[in-house]
Write a protein that binds this ligand. Sequence first.
Ligand code: NI
Length: 167
Amino acid sequence: MATRTVLKYPDPRLREIAKPVEQVTDEIRALVDDMAETMYASKGCGLAAPQIGVSLRVFVVDCAGEDEPSDLRIFINPEIVESRGTQMWSEGCLSLPGVSEEIKRAERVRVRALDREGRPFELEADGLLAVAIQHELDHLNGVLMIDKLSAFKRRKMGQKLASTAGA
Ligand code: NI
C-alpha cells in the first residue's frame, strides 16, 4: 500500500468523466487500498479515483466519527438507483483544501455498486453517508462541489482557493 498525491483544483484531470472498471482484479484492489490509505492520511471521509489521477469509477468513503471504529466502504462502478428528500450539509473536499460550503443533496439514496471482490451489492444510505456518496459519485463525472454553488459563492470560493494555492 502507498499513499498517492491528491490532485488539487483546478487540475483538468478532475474534470474527466471516469471509465467503468471492466473487471475487479488485484490491480483494482491495490488501487482501492492505496485510495483508502490516502484518504486516512489526508483525514478525509471520502476519495474518488480521479482525485489521484486514475480515471476509473471507483471511490472509498469512511464516515465514522473520530471515536468510532472505522467504517470503510468501497464502491466500484456505483450508480444511484433511487434518491429521496433534500438535506444541506457543510462539505469539504481534499481537492479543494481549506474551503467548505453548504451544499444541497438528496437526504437518502439507494446505491448499487461492486465491492472489493467484484460482487454486486445495494446500499441504502442517509445523512452524512448519503452526502459522501453523492459527493464522490460527482467526482466520477468530473463534477466538483464548487459547481453546485451560486455564482456569487462560486466566485468567493475560487478567490479563496487561488489565495491559498501553493501555501
Ligand atoms: Ni471531493
